[in-house]
Design a protein. Structure first.
Length: 211
């Protein structure tokens, strides 16, 4: 959830099943835990984030599994066996165990997974404005200041695409000019509205002789 749905640990633990629209692959982030108290998210307002198909499928499986395991369905998406909400401290303990088994540095925290989402999205060239909205940042400047080093800075392909667009648009202009010229040109000089100086001007090969 943290690396795929760009949520903070506090927001993920506060999710309730009605917040999830798995059919349309959306999550509504309306609340977050702060020091054990349920509050609005850090930004002060809710937001809607997108779900990948893979994550939506996993959450659907999780919902079915938890329903089967408990007599009564807990309102929380991530609840203990007793149906109570998980504590952030417990999540950090779980992550520490995983890091030890994987022989990874123990300084990583659940919040690092949110950074993973942002850095990977920007590295693959997704719009900064989209990433900003998904993260819930108050401004695009905050996103750039935090993750700017992951933005692609050099791309010869970008300037090549610029050349291609100029060549394409230039060809269209030339084609239009030639079509208009052919439309209004007459081999009878008295019917042409061009200035007299055109009589001594070399014409394109396509106009050199009548058909």
């Amino acid at each position: 959830m943290l690396s795929r749905a760009r949520l903070t640990c506090h927001s993920a633990l506060a999710l309730q099943w009605p917040d999830l629209d798995l059919a349309n692959r959306k999550i509504r982030v309306e609340r977050a835990f702060s020091d054990g108290t349920l509050n609005t998210p850090k930004s002060g307002h809710g937001r809607t984030v997108d779900l990948s198909q893979a994550l939506a499928d996993v959450l659907l499986q999780w919902k079915r599994k938890t329903r089967k395991a408990r007599k009564e369905e807990a309102p929380w998406v991530f609840a203990s066996e007793a149906g109570t909400v998980f504590d952030g401290t417990n999540v950090r303990k779980f992550m520490t165990r995983i890091l030890k088994k994987a022989n990874l540095p123990l300084h990583f925290t659940p919040h690092c997974l949110r950074h993973t989402y942002a850095s990977l999205m920007l590295q693959q060239g997704e719009p900064v404005a989209y990433v900003q909205r998904q993260l819930g940042h108050a401004s695009i400047q905050l996103t750039v200041d935090t993750y700017g080093k992951w933005l692609p800075m050099e791309s010869q392909a970008a300037v090549d695409r610029l050349d291609a667009s100029f060549l394409e648009s230039g060809s269209k202009v030339v084609a239009t000019v030639r079509e208009d010229a052919a439309k209004y040109w007459s081999w009878r000089e008295e019917l042409n509205l061009q200035p007299v100086v055109y009589k001594t001007t070399a014409l394109p090969l396509s106009y050199a002789s009548p058909p």
